[in-house]
Write a protein that binds this ligand. Structure first.
Ligand code: ADP
Ligand code: MG
Length: 683
């Protein structure tokens, strides 16, 4: 007897060869198979009169064979069979290539349902249609699933495999949703849901099925995140005394915005509550998240706790060090920088200081995570630019101490509901306000024909004493990415030699050694270079207030949120700043996307658009987060369902906080299964 974990090769009618092919789609178990949901559907319930057909559409036609099929061979030897079919309204030519048997299997006077693509404007024709005798229909007369395929698997084969899979597990599917949840939210039974999501009886049945499955997915996700979280709430966090922040505020060269203050207050609330803080501080580029982190660090230090601040790149770590160490020094705190390129003598001293507790703040890259770094009294871990770090890395750092307070800074302004899912284990503070005096970065989306004017404009900016970023994505042929170093270097060379021989062009790319990168950034920041050509390594955090222009080549290759990040590199000084998005052959879709950038500077609005246009997968590789992937719920459209599922999960967990009641056993097991990877790393 099959189980959901049974390998598909043992399912009746599938076998070894097909199982191999299915594996390419990520399908190995019976559960994988039935959870391989259709990409879309085709309604083959309705047949259309021949007279009303239009070229290019896929339709079903009910028609009678009106002529004996004729067969001949076309040059090259391929057999071709032709016949004619009629209904009350017209005639349809039917042609089969490589299906010689049709000559003898089709008979004048028989009625068939033909399904295929209409060709020919006046006289309609179908080539190699699907056809089934009326009354004996399997692939017509109903709504058919359309699956995403890969080489070696046809639509028909996959459809059949799913059919076998569903038949094999009819008795097996446990309904993980508690009955009362199912009833309260008017969800259908699980068997009905799986059956109808693949082979819907009607559009309404499909809607019901999808709703049930999406709800379940979001419900499980929420339950899992809540369980993870409650586990951590049992833990004691580093205890912080409540002290006035005035000393800190007075040491700053500016007044914090109200939004920054609110975020600081949130964190203080967390750190004095006895449990470890787990907070995401989300704010647009330039909203001043670093100061919120600084406030926390100072606050923790008042109770004797050390802090670690982890940045995704060495450049960024260094920049944080340069901003924060003078401030910390004014406040009487000691600060150290620890990266992959810290010299060993210095490194030894820093390690000693951390272990001995004489260093209050250590700033660095992932080098903060390596085994030999021990902290005497680590109380707070701040991670900057969260999307570069996965759940696992965060967890690794938190293992450096019992359960330190965690603050995550993210410049990816994601819609709140999405944040709830992705960072469901975190509390969220949003900094929805920029420091005063910021100006809008004027943005233009331009085609190739504008290049001479763009170049002239850049030259003018430089002549006025400003600097320019030019970002180019890696553009390769097909699947192979070009050598990053070569591609960017060649581009910069050309720019230097042919376009701007009189200006100083420098290059930055991800393949450079950290030291080299730093050198280039330093030179640029010091104004000793006019134009910096780079890959997206400048995306995060680097501050060069004199840079007024951000040019993005092949802008269509970037997500909107990423473009927004890039744009955030300019407009940091007094001078008017510009962002120019170039794309060679902008499609309608590209034009529409880039237009969003020219219309608004609001990161939240942009991310909302991104979510609608590209789906949530683009925000982060979801895998990177260690959270289960969503297979059917669509966060761009299912926001309301998400809220419903979340409130259902909350209500259930109020009644049975660790899902230990026997009737919740299937639910608990399923949640454990889904969170298998994450749970390990978060314990
Ligand atoms: P991000 O949120 O992108 O990390 P930063 O923390 O780097 O932003 O802050 C961007 C710039 O704004 C920095 O130069 C910082 O000193 C400055 N800044 C931060 N808060 C304020 C404020 N309240 N008033 C004026 N300038 C501020
Ligand atoms: Mg920052």
């Amino acid at each position: 007897m099959a189980e959901l974990s049974t390998n598909v090769r043992y399912i009746k009618g599938i076998g070894e060869t097909r199982a191999k092919a299915l594996e390419k789609l990520g399908i190995t178990t019976l559960r994988d198979l039935i959870s391989y949901f259709p990409r879309t559907y085709e309604d083959r319930t309705l047949t259309r009169p021949i007279r009303d057909l239009t070229e290019g559409e896929n339709v079903c036609v009910r028609a009678m064979i009106a002529a004996d099929p004729t067969a001949h061979r076309i040059p090259g030897g391929r057999p071709i069979v032709r016949t004619r079919a009629v209904d009350e309204t017209g005639t349809l030519d039917v042609v089969f290539f490589n299906q010689e048997y049709r000559k003898n299997s089709l008979h004048r006077g028989e009625i068939y349902i033909f399904y295929g693509k209409v060709e020919g404007q006046r006289r309609h024709q179908m080539v190699n249609p699907l056809l089934e005798p009326e009354g004996r229909q399997h692939l017509t007369g109903r709504i058919m699933p359309i699956y995403s395929l890969t080489a070696g698997i046809s639509q028909l084969m996959l459809t059949q495999a799913v059919r076998q899979g569903l038949d094999a597990c009819r008795e097996l599917l446990p309904d993980v949703l508690p009955d009362e949840v199912r009833r309260e939210h008017r969800l259908c039974y699980i068997n009905y849901a799986y059956e109808n999501v693949h082979f819907p009886d009607s559009p309404e049945a499909l809607t019901q099925a999808r709703r049930r499955l999406a709800f379940e997915e979001l419900f499980l996700l929420t339950c899992g995140l809540r369980l993870l979280r409650s586990r951590r709430e049992d833990v004691f966090g580093p205890v912080c005394r409540k002290v006035s922040m005035d000393l800190f505020y007075n040491a700053l060269p500016f007044t914090l915005t109200d939004a920054q203050r609110r975020a600081v207050e949130d964190t203080i609330g967390d750190m004095t509550a006895g449990r470890p803080m787990n907070r995401l501080c989300q704010g647009d580029v330039g909203s001043g998240k670093t100061m919120v982190a600084a406030a926390c660090i100072w606050f923790a230090a008042q109770s004797g706790w050390q802090s670690a601040l982890m940045a995704p790149t060495e450049i960024l770590a260094r920049q944080h060090f340069e901003t924060l160490s003078p401030l910390m020094a004014r406040l009487g705190l000691t600060c150290a920088l620890l990266t992959g390129s810290t010299r060993s003598k210095e490194r030894r001293e820093t390690l000693a200081g951390l272990a001995g507790g004489t260093i209050d703040l250590c700033i660095g890259t992932h080098a903060l995570l390596t085994g030999d770094v021990q902290y005497g009294r680590l109380g707070l871990v701040v991670t900057d630019e969260q999307h570069r770090f996965g759940v696992n890395q965060r967890a690794a750092l938190s293992q450096k101490a019992e359960a330190p307070h965690m603050l995550v800074l993210s410049a990816t302004p994601i819609p709140r509901t999405l944040a709830l899912v992705i960072y469901g284990d975190l509390d969220v503070s949003v900094i929805d306000q920029l420091p005063p005096g910021r100006q809008k970065v004027d943005t233009f989306a331009l085609g190739e024909s504008y290049r001479p004017r763009v170049n002239a404009f850049l030259r003018k900016q430089v002549q006025e004493g400003h600097q320019v970023f030019i970002v180019c994505p890696l553009v390769g042929d097909g699947d192979t990415l070009p050598d990053e170093r070569k591609a960017v270097t060649a581009y910069a060379k050309k720019l230097q030699e042919e376009t701007f021989p009189d200006l100083r062009v420098s290059v930055l790319h991800g393949k450079m050694k950290p030291k080299e990168k730093e050198k280039v950034m330093e030179t640029f920041a010091a104004g000793e270079s006019d134009i910096l050509v780079s890959t997206t390594v400048v995306e995060v955090g680097v501050d060069v207030p004199n840079a007024t222009c951000m040019v993005v080549e092949n802008a269509e290759r970037f997500g909107l949120s990423q473009l927004h990040q890039l744009r955030g590199r300019v407009g940091r000084g007094q001078a008017k700043s510009y962002c120019i998005l170039l794309s060679e052959h902008p499609s309608e879709e590209t034009r529409r996307r880039l237009k969003v950038m020219t219309r608004t500077n609001n990161g939240f609005e942009i991310s909302q658009e991104d979510l609608h246009l590209r789906g949530p997968g683009d925000f982060f590789g979801q895998r990177q987060h260690g959270l289960p992937t969503l297979k059917i719920a669509d966060l761009a459209c299912d926001m309301q369902l998400l809220e419903e599922a979340q409130s259902a999960a909350r209500a259930l967990l109020c009644r049975d906080e660790d899902l230990s009641r026997p009737e919740h056993r299937p639910l608990l097991e399923r949640v454990r299964e889904l969170f298998h990877d994450t749970a390990d790393s978060m314990n």
